[in-house]
Design a protein around this ligand. Structure first.
Ligand code: HEC
Length: 91
């Protein structure tokens, strides 16, 4: 994907499943999302997906991070990040 196309897609994303305020805003999980998930779009809202879908979404985002040169989310942060999204996922 060319950079211009990428910026265009990322620019359209806020309309979909992103929110300004995360649940449990002072938790470690919210901090991890803010840290690793906002370079390309707004903070993803955990209720955008049921818990069982989050691991695959995060794996896809890892690929985006690598493709775009941000580097992988380190192992020690990955598990608590996915836990937070699952815990607050859609019921
Ligand atoms: C390097 C850029 C980048 C980073 C960092 C990034 N994303 Fe994304 N994200 C994208 C792009 C590009 C799309 C649209 C294409 C797609 O869905 O794969 C997207 C789409 C999404 C979507 C909407 C599509 C869906 O499947 O619901 C969600 C939710 C999402 N990202 C969550 C996350 C989470 C959670 C993180 C952190 C772990 C994250 N993103 C970090 C680039 C990124």
């Amino acid at each position: 994907m060319k950079r211009t196309e990428f910026v265009l897609i990322a620019g359209l994303l806020p309309a979909m499943s992103f929110a300004a305020t995360l649940p449990e805003p002072n938790s470690k999980g919210a901090a991890l999302v803010t840290n690793y998930c906002t370079e390309c779009h707004g903070a993803p809202y955990p209720s955008a997906h049921p818990a069982r879908e989050w691991p695959a979404v995060v794996a896809r985002m890892q690929n985006w991070r690598v493709t775009k040169g941000f580097g992988e989310i380190p192992e020690k942060d990955l598990a608590p990040l996915v836990d937070y999204l699952e815990k607050n996922g859609r019921r």
